[in-house]
Design a protein around this ligand. Structure first.
Ligand SMILES: Nc1ncnc2c1ncn2[C@@H]1O[C@H](COP(=O)(O)OP(=O)(O)O)[C@@H](O)[C@H]1O
Ligand SMILES: CC(=O)N[C@@H](CCC(=O)OP(=O)(O)O)C(=O)O
Length: 304
């Protein structure tokens, strides 16, 4: 059956749709053939309909020649499982202190249920997704995170011991390139393997940034549960340079999970990623609005 527009408003709707597609053309040209790393945060994946929309948008990117790589988090889901198993958990500067029992649960939740549900959603949307953790194909070689924190009482830098929290030492881009060439969509759980066979829990933003840098991505998109980086008056900051980020960090404008997020963006844009964007994963089609319109949403971070 064919349908033709029946009313003036219906015609306007069709015209608007056609205009939107035409508007997207220059952006498609800019991004085609390039890699776009999407960090899908645990907070952003709470709603079933939003998850379906996310999966469809990822497939759409692939369909028009952009290579999406999904790196997912799962902080709230790990938290819920730890609570069920009565394992206590605390965060320092947005990072979960991770002992041996915790790292086993973190790996189970991230590489298991969360990874597979994203893979399944993308496959149901018509794509071919492959789930990986940093252990698969030696994707991420990790080491124990070395971090210090200034102690105002003693005025010295104290070494933080976060247990099995890791940082990527090396990301192997070859396996991801192979998958891209075969039209597959990698979905990565932020788990890394150490040289002595130990398992590391790595912040998902950090993994996304390291993967984006290793792939020379055109964009690193961090989907989260806020509209972007907010200033002290809770207003959205739409653009930031690396210098601006340092200032926001030292004057305390950013805290908690926003700290590793912006550190990641800085690392990524200093290592060959064109730009990083922190945007609201609760907004349907947030990625498409960011990539295919000149309005942009969220906070865009560039080198300078
Ligand atoms: N200046 C800021 N602007 C926006 N969010 C901030 C800021 N400082 C701290 N945050 C916190 O960072 C959180 C996002 O980080 P996180 O909870 O780790 O998200 P995700 O689970 O998506 O990775 C926000 O929900 C907010 O509570
Ligand atoms: C070291 C560390 O904090 N790891 C995170 C890994 C998951 C994650 O980063 O999830 P979100 O992106 O949803 O926050 C954690 O254990 O929660």
């Amino acid at each position: 059956m064919t349908t033709t527009p029946k009313s003036f408003s219906e015609t306007k709707h069709w015209l608007r749709t056609a205009e939107t597609i035409t508007e997207a053309l220059p952006f498609m040209r800019r991004y085609t053939g390039r890699t776009c790393v999407i960090k899908y945060g645990g907070h952003a994946m709470g709603d079933a309909e939003l998850s379906r929309i996310f999966a469809r948008d990822v497939v759409l990117l692939k369909q028009i020649g952009i290579n999406p790589i999904v790196v997912h988090g799962g902080g709230p889901q790990i938290g819920a499982m730890l609570e069920r198993l009565a394992v206590k958990s605390e965060f320092v500067d947005g990072l979960r202190v991770t002992d041996q029992a915790t790292v086993e649960i973190v790996e189970m939740v991230l590489s298991g249920s969360i990874n597979k549900s994203i893979v399944q959603a993308i496959n149901e949307a018509g794509g071919t997704a492959i789930g990986l953790s940093g252990k698969d194909g030696n994707l991420i070689k990790a080491s124990k995170l070395r971090r210090t924190k200034h102690d105002p009482e003693s005025n010295i830098e104290k070494i933080l011991d976060l247990g099995f929290v890791g940082e990527p030492q090396e990301v192997n881009p070859h396996i991801l390139m192979e998958l891209e060439q075969d039209d597959m969509i990698p979905v990565i759980a932020p788990i890394g393997a150490g040289v002595n066979g130990e398992t590391y829990n790595i912040n998902a933003d950090t993994v996304a940034g390291a993967v984006a840098a290793a792939m020379g991505a055109v964009r690193l998109l961090l989907l989260t549960d806020v509209i972007g980086v907010l200033d002290k008056n809770k207003e959205l900051i739409s653009d930031l340079t690396v210098e601006d980020v340092k200032r926001l960090q030292s004057d305390g404008t950013i805290s908690g999970g926003m700290i590793p997020k912006l550190e990641t963006c800085t690392m990524a844009v200093e290592n060959g990623v064109d730009a990083a964007v922190i945007l609201d994963g609760r907004l349907p089609h947030a990625m498409l609005l960011e990539i295919f319109t000149d309005r942009g949403i969220g906070t865009l971070i560039r080198r300078e």
